[in-house]
Write a new protein. Structure first.
Length: 124
């Protein structure tokens, strides 16, 4: 599922899903960043708020992959950061709001690339 920071996303509990996103240099999406140059990427999902308990963690090569071909021009770039969340990762989660971050780490340190909201819905 593509991630839209303006609206967040929702998912059905106990279902596999993948968050797919491009890393841009600015909120205006005028240029892309080559995510493959980061030493690490870490995804954390928390209960309810930015300070909530971490309930899911993913890292580069352990649930996070980078696919496609990088180009700084968004019209040509096909590179995506893919965050795979398996049904098993959601064991014990309840329906409701969650907050997540995707952080990068490299020689400059660690910084949040994205932060957003998500809503878990009970599976029918």
């Amino acid at each position: 599922m593509p991630y839209n920071p303006a609206t967040g996303f929702a998912w059905l509990l106990s279902t596999d899903f993948v968050i797919k996103t491009t890393v841009y240099t600015t909120p205006a999406h005028t240029a892309c960043v080559d995510a493959s140059l980061y030493d690490g990427l870490t995804f954390n999902m928390r209960t309810g708020a930015p300070t909530g308990a971490v309930v899911i963690t993913k890292a580069l090569a352990a649930g996070i992959t980078i696919t496609g071909t990088f180009n700084s021009d968004p019209a040509i770039n096909t590179q995506l950061v893919n965050i795979a969340i398996a049904a098993a990762d959601q064991s014990g989660l309840a329906p409701g709001p969650y907050f997540w971050t995707l952080e990068r780490s490299d020689s400059a340190g660690s910084i949040a690339l994205f932060a957003g909201t998500a809503v878990a819905n009970a599976a029918p």
